[in-house]
Each structure stands twice: as C-alpha cells, then as structure tokens.
Design a protein around this ligand. Structure first.
Ligand code: 4LM
Length: 398
C-alpha cells in the first residue's frame, strides 16, 4: 500500500490500495480473470489449505477487488473490507456470516425496502426473527435485546425519511447488554467522508457502493468493512459459500476510479442539498421538508455531531394529492425520475410505490413513510438549475 494511516482522507481515497504493477501504469490494471495459474499442483493445494498466500479464483479474491477493499478499509478506519456485487450482496453476505437459525435481530423500522424485505420475508424462512423498533431514541432497543440477539442493525440517515440515529448510543447500549452483539450500520447515505460508524462504536459498516462511493450511476456494487476476523469469515463463508455475490473486476475498477473524487463530490452534493432544501422549505406547494441540516429536524444535534456535513438527500411532502403530485413531477426536465441515489444527476422518486413498495400500507405508516413522500437525491449540477427545474413544476401546484 502506498499510503498510511496518517495521510489525509483525499490522499487515501486516491492512493490507498495501489500496488506496483509491471510496466508502471499510473492507474491500476483491471485483472479481468476468473482464475489464477498455480506454478505447481502442490502450490495450488497449499493455497487452498491457507498455507501459502496468493490468488486462487476471483470468487475468493482478485487484485482489482483488493484495490477497492483497501481503499474502503482505510477510509472507514476499519481493519479490512470485502467488496461485493451489490449493496444487497454486502448486507446478505454479512448477515449470513453472523447469524444461525434461532437468532434474533433488532433493527430500526425504517430501512431500504429490500433490506426490510430480507429481514421481514427472507430471514424469517430460516428461523431468524427481527424485532423492528424506532431507534431515534436509542433506549428503545433495550426492551428488545434478548440472549438470542446477535445483530443490531440500522441506517442513519434512514432511507427515505432521513431519520437520524445516534450510532454511539445504540452501540453502547447493545454492547453493554452483550459485548458479542454485532452492531451493523448501513452507511450508504453518508459515505465515510461524512460519517465513520466504526469510530463511534459500531462493529460492521455496510454500503451500497452503487451510490455515493461509485458516484456515477454506472455500477452496482457493495462493501462490508469490519475487523479482520469478521471480514475473513465473511469472505470465506458469507460470500464464497452462501451468496456468491462477487464484484466483477471491471466494476471494481470503476468503483476505485469513482472513489478518487469522493470528498469533492460529497461536498458538492451537501452544498446542493442545502440550497435545494432551503428553497423547498419556502415554496408554497410544499407541506414538509425532511433534511437533517435543519435546526428543527429531529435529532439535528446528533446529526451535527456524527456527520461532517448533512449529505445530499432530501425528502419532501407536497400539499397536493398523490395524483396531482405525480402529474407535476412528470413535467421535470432536468431532474430524472429514477430510484437510486448519489449520482451526478439529480434523481427524484416516490418511495411508497418504488424503493419501499416492499412495505405494506400499515408498515409504511409505522415507519413514517407517507403516501405522498418524494425523495430527492441532489446531484452535482449547478444548484440554481436544479432549483429552477423544481420551481417550474412546483409553481403549477400553487
Ligand atoms: C434506493 N437503494 O434507495 P444495491 N442500502 C441502502 C440502499 O439505499 C440500497 C441498498 C442498501 C436504492 C436502490 C434502488 C441504504 C439501495 C441496496 O442496490 O443492492 O447496490 O444496494 O433507491
């Protein structure tokens, strides 16, 4: 590795994990190979037995994946990281590693829709029960911790309501009950530039690297970051045997390229979201704006403490009914109507019918996701152009 822990964030996002390669390329080559040659049969056997270091097969490791893994381990201040084929691949690989039949999870009640479905419909098939609880007050988890609890799981800010959860407090309470509990935090909405859950007491950080980490809307990827023991088990069991959710070398290359500009992009996303949120708050068609940067937003003080900036995500409720709201959004010219987030383009979506359609109407209500909620991922365009596009359609509703 051509960087060390004392280097700053920007230096590490660019240089961490870079290995010397033949012919001296500035950018890491793409090791587009499924398998690796052994010099001898004995060497192959020794590698499988773990007696000799070296590559075997890309489902177990690949130098281009390693580049991404070393960058993320460094940026999240973790010992090690594992790259996966998607955010869901990271989440499921980590959970398969941590859980056995009969175990329990305590999870926040507001999660990305497919994560919620995995807990609510997927893991239940294997006798793993999840207790959902609103963690905005961390003390609420106490009631649900039992000797069977193996994992405490949450996102902050949550998708899509941007609810803020105190990472330090939840980790402290969970570990005080049982130090063996694995506290997992999905850090997708922040990226390590804005928030580093391991520094605050969490045990595992998960990412949909599809989002801010890659940042260009052209890759599906995920990452698990933790201590070396957990990542080794996750690689050799959760990923290798259970999910097989392996990141392709080409996508690993694109992700490593995206990471080189992470800090600059997060600053711009945060600046743009701040301006868009301020505009929305004053617009007469708007009922409520959800944005952690507002001083009156619940747990704003926690957000201020655990996040460097408030990020690029905003949610909004309009005064108009759902039909009128949809008709208005259909007229957007610059902003794209699309799920996903963290891309250069500003994206607008409707959680109740899109990203969170895995929730029943009652569950949506319980999680505070209203029928009319619209989620905005502020892109990297000039903020005045995004605002002008939004203004043009919102003015139609006045
Ligand atoms: C979306 N989200 O919200 P992959 N964790 C969080 C997420 O937001 C997502 C994933 C994991 C959206 C996708 C359509 C907090 C995804 C899952 O999509 O598997 O990389 O990540 O719009």
């Amino acid at each position: 590795m051509s960087t060390n822990k004392n280097h700053g964030f920007a230096t590490r996002q660019i240089h961490a994990g870079t290995q010397k390669a033949s012919n001296g390329p500035l950018c890491a080559p793409i090791y587009q190979t499924s398998t690796f040659r052994f010099d001898t049969v004995e060497q192959g056997g020794a590698r499988f037995a773990g007696e000799e270091q070296g590559y075997i097969y890309t489902r177990l490791g690949n130098p281009t994946q390693l580049l991404v893994e070393e960058k993320l381990a460094s940026l999240e201040n973790g010992e090690a990281a594992l790259a996966t084929a998607s955010g869901m691949g990271a989440i499921s690989s980590a959970l398969w590693t941590a859980l056995r039949a009969g175990d329990e999870i305590v999870a926040d009640d507001t999660l990305y829709g497919c994560t919620y479905a995995l807990f609510n419909h997927g893991l239940t098939r294997f006798d793993v029960k999840t207790n959902f609880v609103d963690m905005s007050d961390p003390a609420r988890i106490e009631k649900y911790l039992t000797p069977k609890t193996k994992v405490v799981y949450f996102e902050t800010p949550c998708n899509p309501t941007l609810k803020i959860i105190n990472i330090e407090e939840v980790s402290r309470i969970a570990h005080a009950y049982n130090p063996e509990i694995i506290v997992m935090v999905d850090n997708t909405f922040c990226s390590p530039y804005l928030q580093r859950p391991l520094d605050l007491g969490a045990d595992v950080v998960l990412h949909s690297a599809t989002k801010y980490l890659n940042g260009h809307g052209d890759v599906i990827a995920g990452v698990v970051v933790s201590n070396q023991a957990f990542i080794s088990e996750c690689r050799m069991f959760g990923l290798k045997d259970m999910t097989g959710a392996v990141l392709s070398p080409f996508d690993a290359f694109l992700l490593a390229r995206g990471l080189k500009t992470l800090d600059i992009r997060m600053e711009r996303h945060s600046n743009n979201a701040e301006k868009i949120a301020a505009f929305l708050k004053e617009h007469p068609s708007v009922a409520t704006v959800y944005y952690p940067g507002f001083e009156d937003f619940p747990n704003h003080a926690v957000a201020k403490k655990q996040m460097q900036r408030f990020g690029g995500m905003i949610a909004v409720e309009l005064k108009a009914d759902r039909q009128k709201t949809a008709a208005c959004l259909n007229k957007l010219q610059l902003c794209a109507i699309a799920v996903s987030l963290g891309d250069a383009e500003t994206l607008v979506e409707h959680p109740a019918t899109m990203t969170h359609s895995t929730y029943t109407a009652e569950e949506l209500k319980g999680a505070g996701i209203s029928e009319g909620l619209i989620r905005i991922s502020a892109g990297l365009e000039n903020p005045e152009d995004i605002i002008a596009d939004l203004k043009e359609v919102l003015d139609l509703l006045v």
